[in-house]
Design a protein around this ligand. Structure first.
Ligand SMILES: C[S@@+](CC[C@H](N)C(=O)[O-])C[C@H]1O[C@@H](n2cnc3c(N)ncnc32)[C@H](O)[C@@H]1O
Length: 311
């Protein structure tokens, strides 16, 4: 039985594929965060999306997921509401959202946090592997049947597209589904880059720049190369399907492709800020694969970044 972060996948709507299954682990972390009195967000669908992945989640994964989700939520709302101060005069305010590797992301139903905070975007595109989207729709239908599906608020329309991002024609599928480069876009690549090689990510980030109007944003979690190497050394089998891409210069990396960074943070900084610092002492040794250790502290391997298309 496949195991991810110490969590076994079996039965019901639990994705057996280890990459697709990672989407349910993320949902499980969001479900845990949603139950905290000091929750950074409340995701009402996460517990349904999580399936069996709820049991035994490591503390570091909850902390990392909470801060990254919150960062992206805040930057997404900002990107959809106003031009960034660094945007040139001809920049548009984006009207489309594209989730690459959407997984069990529930932003369509849980954002904006306050009613009527902003008009909805035109379209939210959710792109992922066929099996993941199928599982997601099955869960959503079950939740709707129980009358527990919140009214979608983020966009007027939601479009799901089965694609393999490694195939260059995924962009054609997006265009055919009504994607309009001129409207401006917020791209979200959350927990996504690590599944691909450096060459594949180079091509992808260049492709996104090519298909984005000035004023578009990319919101992304970026694995650090130093930590990626350490993880790959510790667990070479794991590194075959994840921990593939990394950079220790996220700002420089995105600049190369025409994306100007307007906000970036280290996961550890945010964990400290929100009082969610995971301790090695509390961790199961099998859980630490995603982290490098520094004394008794676990040091996360990710940056969070928002970059703007300025031309
Ligand atoms: C760790 S999950 C993150 C999901 C979501 N972004 C979130 O944060 O909730 C990674 C997602 O990327 C998707 N993915 C991985 N490789 C992919 C590929 N080649 N094409 C499309 N989606 C892919 C997986 O199926 C999975 O749903």
């Amino acid at each position: 039985m496949p195991v991810l972060y110490g969590v076994e996948f079996e039965a019901a709507v639990n994705l057996k594929d280890i990459i697709g299954g990672s989407s349910q682990v993320v949902a499980a972390c969001r479900a845990s965060e949603s139950e905290r009195v000091d929750a950074l967000f409340v995701d009402p669908l996460a517990k349904y999306f999580a399936g069996a992945a709820r049991e035994g989640l490591p503390e570091f994964l909850n902390a990392y997921t909470a801060v990254r989700t919150h960062f992206i939520d805040m930057e997404l709302m900002d990107a959809l509401t106003q031009k960034h101060a660094e945007a040139p005069p001809n920049a548009v305010v984006p009207d489309q959202i594209v989730l690459l590797g959407a997984g069990m992301d529930a932003r369509m139903w849980r954002l904006p946090p306050q009613e009527g905070a902003r008009p909805p975007a035109e379209t939210l595109f959710e792109l992922d592997q066929k099996e993941v989207l199928k599982a997601k729709e099955t869960i959503l239908a079950g939740v709707a049947k129980q009358g527990k599906l919140p009214t979608p608020k983020l966009a007027k329309k939601r479009v799901t597209l089965s694609v393999d991002i490694r195939e260059p024609d995924w962009i054609k599928t997006l265009n055919k589904a009504g994607y309009d480069r001129a409207r401006g876009t917020v791209w979200i690549l959350e927990g996504f880059l690590r599944f691909f090689s450096n060459v594949q990510i180079d091509e992808l980030i260049a492709q996104l720049a090519l298909h984005s109007a000035c004023g578009s944003s990319i919101l992304v979690t970026v694995p650090s190369e130093t930590n990626r190497r350490a993880k790959a050394k510790r667990d070479p089998a794991d590194a075959e399907y994840q921990w593939r891409f990394g950079t220790d210069d996220p700002v420089g990396y995105f600049t190369r492709f025409g994306w100007r960074t307007v906000k970036h943070a280290c996961v550890e900084e945010l964990e400290r800020q929100y009082n969610r610092v995971p301790r090695l002492a509390n961790a199961d040794p099998s859980d630490v694969s995603a982290y490098v250790t520094e004394g008794d502290r676990m040091v996360g391997g990710n940056y969070l970044l928002r970059a703007l298309k300025v031309a």
